[in-house]
Design a protein around this ligand. Structure first.
Ligand code: ZN
Length: 359
């Protein structure tokens, strides 16, 4: 080998060594550096699946959409996880045991590691099979989920418990029909829009048992209550708001008619609301009307254009899916100072919201 060739070879050796040092260790998940808290509202056609990724790269998935449809909903969840650079689910919260929330979990767990499962334990026997005709279906899904849950850690939080996530504060506000007795930090204001009692829940059994939470990241606040409705939702809102204001509010129960009474939006006072409706599921005319009346609300984003009769949809550029042929998400990215952006996965257009002055 000539002197020159040896010199070139040495250079290559140094370069290859440097590349090996820089190359990611395949045994460690690739972490994506970020400053924002990212929230993907995944389209599961009127169910729920919401993926939250903290600046530290920890992930909290809320619900898994429906079963069936050739694995449609787990596939959409995995696409969001890929987009977020997430290779495992640190926490999976199943808000309650209904098909549109726990349906995708068995299939999803086969495709991505899930470390900790959070839920309210199990179903309560209702003794009311006539009113709840799909009851055997709920039991079958729960029975399929229990062995999957047994492979990871399992938490059954009580209202007031916190989730040990770095850099964000997640407090559970409802679970198994119980609610927090004291307001979350900064809440507790009397709610002048309260009526004497709660409107009845469409489903009086499992929806009011939803495990809901408030998340704080700096001064940014997000609320996700699953399908909470009936007396437990009312207890969080009236006579005082135990939740306080939210910058971003996922309207409970997909925007069903039982969560749209005036006290709800007056208590949470959202800057931006998200409705995770389907073409005909949720997205009730009552909710759209209530949102239009809500004071201080800047915007409403819908996962679907609602085809429900009388539903006055918001503008198309705030709607991620105009029909059932597509599965686009809505993505929010929040900053510590309370400012955040919302992106329509269909159009790619992002809108910015500045932090609201806090009392
Ligand atoms: Zn639901």
């Amino acid at each position: 080998m000539t002197k020159r060739a040896r010199k070139t070879e040495n250079r290559w050796t140094v370069l290859v060594a440097a590349l090996l040092v820089l190359a990611p260790d395949p045994a460690r998940p690739l972490m994506v550096a970020r400053d924002t808290l990212d929230i993907y509202f995944i389209d599961v056609e009127g169910g729920q699946s919401t993926l939250l990724v903290t600046p530290a790269g920890d992930s909290l998935l809320v619900d898994t959409g429906y079963p069936g449809f050739d694995g449609r909903d787990p596939t959409r969840i995995l696409a969001a996880a890929r987009d977020a650079g997430v290779t495992r689910i640190d926490y999976l919260l199943i808000t309650h045991f209904h098909t549109d929330h726990d349906g995708g979990v068995v299939d999803l767990a086969r495709q991505i590691p899930i470390r900790t499962f959070i839920d309210h334990g199990g179903l309560l026997p209702t003794g009311d099979a006539e009113k709840d005709s799909t009851w055997p279906g709920y039991v079958a899904l729960l029975n399929a989920y229990i062995p999957v849950r047994a492979k990871g850690k399992h938490l059954e939080p009580k209202p007031g418990d916190r989730l040990p996530l770095k850099g964000v504060d997640v407090v559970f506000v409802s679970s198994a029909a119980a609610t927090i007795a004291k307001p979350v930090q900064g809440a507790g204001q009397p709610n002048p829009a309260c009526e004497a009692s709660a409107p009845p829940a469409q489903d009086p059994y499992e929806n009011p048992r939803s495990t809901g939470f408030q998340l704080r990241f700096g001064t940014f606040r997000f609320i996700d209550l699953g399908d909470l409705s009936g007396p437990p939702l009312f207890a969080l809102l009236c006579p005082s708001s135990l939740l306080g204001p939210a910058d971003l509010y996922l309207v409970p129960h997909h925007g069903g008619p039982d969560v749209s009474y005036p006290a709800t939006f007056a208590a949470v006072h959202p800057l931006v609301a998200i409705v995770n409706n389907g073409a005909t599921k949720g997205g009730s005319p009552e909710v759209f009307a209530g949102l239009r009346r809500a004071r201080g609300l800047h915007d409403v984003w819908q996962l679907h254009r609602s085809e429900n009769q009388g539903a006055e949809n918001f503008a198309d550029d705030r709607i991620a899916n105009l029909d059932e042929a597509t599965g686009h998400w809505i993505k929010a990215s929040a900053n510590r100072d309370g400012s955040f952006t919302v992106t329509n996965g269909r159009t790619g257009v992002t809108k910015s919201y500045t932090a609201r002055a806090r009392p």
